[in-house]
Design a binder for this molecule. Structure first.
Ligand code: IVH
Length: 677
């Protein structure tokens, strides 16, 4: 007999599964976010009280598991083939000609399915009795890596197929990819954290899928389009007879199938489709590098079969790459906020993928050496979805006789100090803490929108402040007077006053944004938020060991190490003291949290382990609604929130007749006033 609780858990899973399918796959939400959150929490609570009710297809299992140490290699039952490429419409004609000869009799016009070729990373998903049991990478096509924990975090991969009677086993294949918006956001985060950028969404998707920590995968929001289905014989439902029907079945199973697919009644229609998307694809929210054309009927696919390497029944029509030759006029070196020294080529301006490009990155010393770049060389540059154009290769046959090779400088072009390149690292760095380029970068980062958001403190002004010696540290900004500022070039009295006001205003930014603004390596705004939720003051963070820091959910050991190390440097400790002296928020007590809210005036104490919320989360929620959280129970305490293993505080509260809430009651209290969010 199924208990009422088990019944409810099942019902919650169904409701949540349906809602997230509508939200993510259909892009047509029907459930309000708040309702979803409430049902999700109810399921979480049920599952934490009855762990035996957790099923692998429960929506709570998407959040990502603890890091793995390595991936296990898995053999594909059916190899993942790659495709032959076609680069012109004639190539498509020839392709058809080749397999038409293999087909018995004249079949007239052949039917094709055109699908956009998504530039991501192929995945093979195995479902047993409708439940996702394995997700694997393509690998070499014969065997790949088991990345099931990562695949579970993809919201558009169903954990359970939407079929009444699923087959005993089915394998679904498709492309995992990073939508352009997520790719750009990811790179912005990485730039802000001083980490190397991903060159393009494909690398970012492939790199993400191979993350050992599934929580990182969950945060990056990969998406998935399904395109192939391997169904064994013996399923009691009608099997698809064509690629078009297979795509429809995939869609019914709950997968996202690319909506731009088209059934083409002839090769002419295929060619028209390819032409249409050659420009149309530039408006899509994800990257496509071509069109995959497949012979529609499965019986014909079987008849034409495979070559040594490829299926004969499919081909990838590739759009011409956005690669253009141009000349290198000069090579300059850019010194970033983290001291990273990046060589950049100044080019004769050319049009690439719709924009004019006059500079391209050369990445680092290794890349420079590999290219063997000479000043005056003609190079091929590329910009295909990448945000930064890059130099792909040198056309050595066009090299002028007197061209001289270029080498990375051994000294920082900004401060003249020797640069260093740590063993095993690709990046060359200036490590002079008072290098003006590093200071300028640090100031600009500090002023940026997600950090202290200081209106009017732009690149040009920062340069002047540093050159004039008016600002030597972040704290110096807060000592600037309107008179000093007004004396700078192109700076009127009014703008000087505005800037002083903006600086004044920025003193109120919360501790999380101050931490982000410090520009510690790997500490982007998300990590800063996580860290400050856990370490409510700079003292606590500075005193924490790397182990304590990496104990924060979502913070890995590399980040923890970087944070810990930052606080051991005397100059940084000094900076913190100076920032304190000029009135920045270095703890959450002073943050600009709302004091108005329906819990305003109420004091809470939290004790014991709550089933789903951490204490910091519970505190944050109470504070969001205007309440206050203190450490010890007294007659002034309004509520005690108690979880498991609550000790003396619970006794004391009971003695003082203070109402005691469990997590669910706290949640109810928090949502009691729907006008609050
Ligand atoms: S079909 C035998 N369909 O392109 C069928 N592949 O060069 C092989 N790809 O490894 C794949 N979108 O990663 C197919 N709609 C699509 C695709 C697609 C992207 C990728 C896939 C594959 C590569 C083939």
């Amino acid at each position: 007999m199924v208990s009422e609780t088990a019944q409810r858990a099942l019902e919650l899973r169904r409701l949540l599964q349906r809602a997230s399918y509508e939200y993510y796959v259909l892009d047509a939400p029907t459930m309000a976010d708040s309702v979803y959150d409430q049902l999700y929490r109810e399921l979480q609570t049920l599952e934490s009280q009855h762990p035996e009710l957790i099923t692998p297809d429960s929506p709570t299992q998407r959040v990502g598991e603890r890091p793995q140490s390595q991936f296990v290699s898995v053999r594909h039952n059916v190899p993942l083939y790659s495709l032959e490429n076609a680069f012109s419409l004639e190539d498509l004609q020839n392709w058809q000609g080749r397999f038409q000869k293999l087909l018995a009799g004249d079949l007239g016009d052949l039917e094709y399915v055109c699908e956009l070729k998504i530039d991501g990373s192929a995945l093979a998903l195995t479902y047993e009795n409708g439940v996702l049991v394995r997700g694997a990478t393509r690998g070499d096509g014969q065997s790949g890596e088991d990345i099931t924990a990562n695949v579970r975090t993809l919201q558009t991969v169903p954990l359970r197929l939407q079929l009444e009677e699923p087959p005993a086993v089915v394998e679904v294949r498709g492309e995992a990819f990073l939508p352009l918006a997520s790719f750009e956001r990811l790179n912005q985060e990485r730039a802000a954290a001083g980490e190397p950028l991903f060159a393009n969404p494909r690398n970012a998707a492939a790199g993400t899928l191979r993350q050992l920590d599934a929580r990182i995968v969950a945060a990056r929001r990969l998406d998935f389009f399904a395109y192939t289905l391997h169904l064994p014989q013996g399923w009691n439902q009608p099997l698809p007879q064509s690629q078009w029907q297979a795509l429809e079945l995939l869609s019914r199973m709950g997968f996202r199938v690319n909506p731009e697919r088209q059934l083409c009644p002839s090769l002419g229609a295929v060619q028209a489709y390819c032409e249409h998307w050659s420009t149309g694809r530039l408006d899509l929210p994800y990257l496509t590098d071509g069109v995959v054309v497949k012979l529609n009927a499965f019986n014909l696919q079987e008849e034409v079969g495979f070559t040594q390497k490829f299926p004969r029944w499919a081909i990838a029509y590739k759009y011409p790459a956005e690669e253009v030759p141009t000349r290198v006029l000069q090579i300059s070196v850019n010194v970033g906020r983290t001291g990273a020294v990046t060589p950049v080529a100044d080019l004769t301006p050319v049009e690439v993928a719709g924009t004019t490009v006059s500079r391209a990155t050369l990445h680092n010393a290794d890349r420079l050496a590999e290219l063997d770049l000479h000043l005056g060389d003609t190079v091929v540059i590329r910009k295909a979805g990448e945000i930064i154009p890059e130099v792909l290769r040198v056309l050595t046959e066009l090299r002028p006789a007197d061209a001289v090779p270029y080498h990375m400088p051994t000294e920082c072009p900004e401060c003249g100090q020797p640069v260093v390149r740590p063993e095993g690292e690709a990046v060359t760095r200036c490590i002079n803490a008072s290098c003006p380029a590093i200071l300028r970068g640090a100031l600009q980062h500090w002023a940026s929108r997600d950090a202290l958001d200081i209106d009017g403190l732009g690149e040009k002004l920062v340069r002047q402040l540093v050159e004039q010696g008016l600002v030597k540290t972040l704290a110096d900004l807060y000592r600037l007077t309107a008179e000093q500022l007004a004396s700078l070039e192109r700076m009127g009295k009014k703008s000087a006053q505005n800037l002083v006001a903006a600086l004044e205003h920025s003193r109120e930014r919360p501790w999380s944004r101050v931490l982000y603004g410090l520009g510690i390596r790997h500490v982007g705004s998300v990590n800063a938020q996580l860290l400050t939720e856990h370490f409510p003051s700079v003292e606590q963070l500075a005193a924490a060991t790397p182990e304590q820091i990496s104990g924060v959910y979502g913070i890995g050991s590399e980040i923890a190490q970087a944070v810990h190390q930052w606080f051991t440097i005397p100059a940084n400790q000094d900076l913190i003291e100076q920032l304190r002296a000029v009135g920045l928020q270095l703890g959450s007590q002073e943050t600009n949290r709302p004091t108005e809210g329906h819990l305003s005036g109420k004091t809470f104490v939290i004790t014991g382990t709550l089933p789903t919320l951490s204490r910091t989360e519970a505190k944050g929620l109470i504070e969001q609604h205007g309440g206050k959280v203190t450490d010890s129970v007294s007659s002034r305490t309004d509520y005690l929130v108690a979880g498991e293993k609550a000790g003396s505080k619970l006794d004391k509260a009971q003695k003082l007749k203070i109402p005691v809430l469990d997590e669910a009651q706290l949640q109810a209290l928090l949502t009691a006033n729907p006008s609050e969010s």
